[in-house]
Design a protein around this ligand. Structure first.
Ligand SMILES: Cc1cc2nc3c(=O)[nH]c(=O)nc-3n(C[C@H](O)[C@H](O)[C@H](O)COP(=O)(O)OP(=O)(O)OC[C@H]3O[C@@H](n4cnc5c(N)ncnc54)[C@H](O)[C@@H]3O)c2cc1C
Length: 392
């Protein structure tokens, strides 16, 4: 039987796909990545742009996820200083809010412990005398303002930088190239893709399905028939408005439903998000609804009245992949799930869910699981040490 052209073929050029491409190429494998549109055109350019532990995940007791993300945050601040930067975060606490000062204090203390009590995870109270310097934040009914640090990035630029690193290690990109069919043999897989109106195919020893919200659609096109995880897609929308906040990122509670909403500087604009709404439509057509735009603008103006006349400049939405289940999406696990067609030598491994922040840790776990399907190769680099630079 001829040797497959690639060791690893990856479907999807979001942060997880490029992360796996980088890790696999660094481990010495021959890697191909297929992206149906542009790199990071899916969820990975529609996130809240935070490289963070996820303070709110403490409310659902996802301590392992928060800790892993804080470790990754520290690493990204070191290897990607031009792409990932620390920001001041402010949490104002008002009378009659669901989360009172003691709860926020407890959450921030735990966050700091999970971050190893290092300086960037410590928090402070903002003295009352400084409340008037918080970008016009409403002070009526304000009981306390907490300040801590987390990091912000440009998600699309980060994904492109990770791809640049993968490509420097020899990974090959096919884009735009939509994978239309996968046929799994015993020792390799054949992958059919549509590129420039032509159908072409290639072989790989193992396929990594990093298609984000399209993950099950990719599995539906695989033969023999594949098992898949039951998922729910949850839409999160953001709006961009004119004017900006200069002190940092504000984490406010939406008055009616208690959701945590970010108000953050985004170039010369203000970015506000996010909502959380079950999504049932066409994965290729996701947009912020008028109701979501109105909701986010109302929350913004409730806390920052100076935005009363601000122009809505853009609005967009992305889809989270969560395990299917009853109840509110917020209480569903945010852990990344890896689903293999077989163990210990998977032919196709699918990534469900995940965070932008933890892409490198996810890629390392993927590599651990597919290694048994791959020949021995000489590693070229360690992704924890490879600097990430803005793509040229
Ligand atoms: C609203 C929102 C806010 C978020 N905020 C944050 C945050 O602040 N911080 C954080 O850490 N995480 C955040 N996340 C999570 C994070 O954004 C996602 O976990 C991550 O971007 C998922 O990346 P992915 O590579 O799995 O999927 P995607 O980025 O969606 O990539 C999948 C890719 O696969 C391609 N594709 C699909 N089918 C095919 C096919 N057949 N052939 C070829 N290509 C295909 C698509 O075009 C797409 O580019 C947020 C998520 C949402 C929804």
């Amino acid at each position: 039987m001829p040797t497959p052209e690639f060791d690893v073929a990856i479907v999807g050029g979001g942060i997880n796909g490029v992360g796996v491409a980088q890790a696999a190429a660094a481990a010495g494998y021959r890697v191909a990545l297929f992206e149906k549109s542009d790199l990071a055109s899916g969820t990975s350019s529609k996130s809240s742009k935070l490289i963070h532990g996820g303070l709110r995940y403490l409310e659902s007791y996802e301590l392992g996820l928060v800790r892993e993300s804080l470790i990754e945050r520290r690493l990204l601040l070191r290897i990607a200083p031009d792409l990932v930067r620390l920001q001041q975060f402010f949490i104002p606490v008002y009378e009659n809010m669901r989360r009172g000062p003691w709860l926020i204090r407890t959450g921030l203390s735990l966050y700091s412990i999970l971050g190893g009590l290092r300086e960037p995870t410590r928090f402070r109270l903002v003295p009352r005398a400084e409340w008037d310097n918080l970008d016009g934040l409403v002070t009526t009914g304000l009981r306390a303002v907490f300040r801590y640090q987390d990091a912000q990035t440009n998600d699309r630029d980060l994904a492109r930088a990770v791809w640049q690193s993968a490509s420097q290690l020899g990974a090959r990109l096919f884009s735009p190239a939509r994978v239309t069919r996968i046929r799994l043999g015993d020792a390799s897989a054949r992958l059919e893709y549509r590129e420039l109106q032509q159908i072409a195919c290639t072989d790989a020893r193992v396929i990594v399905n990093a298609a984000g919200p399209w993950v099950n659609q990719v599995l539906e096109n695989a033969q023999p028939e594949q098992t898949m995880r039951a998922i729910e897609l949850v839409q999160g929308s953001h709006v961009e408005v004119s004017g900006t906040v200069s002190r940092g990122i504000y984490y406010v509670e939406a008055p009616r439903d208690g959701r945590a909403i970010f108000v953050m500087p985004w170039y010369d604009r203000t970015l506000v998000g996010t909502t959380e709404k079950r999504f049932k439509g066409d994965t290729d057509r996701v947009h912020a609804t008028p109701a979501e735009r109105g909701y986010l603008l109302r929350v913004l103006r409730r806390y920052f009245p100076r935005y009363a006349d601000a122009a809505l400049l853009d609005a967009w939405a992305g889809l989270r992949v969560l395990p299917a289940g009853e109840g509110h999406a917020f209480h569903r696990s945010r852990e990344t799930v890896l689903h293999a067609d077989r163990r210990p030598r998977p032919r196709i491994l699918s990534i469900y869910g995940g965070k932008l922040t933890s892409y490198r840790a996810t890629a390392a776990r993927v590599l651990d699981q597919i290694r048994a399907s791959l020949p021995a190769r000489e590693p070229l680099a360690d992704t924890a040490e490879l600097p990430l630079r803005p793509a040229e």
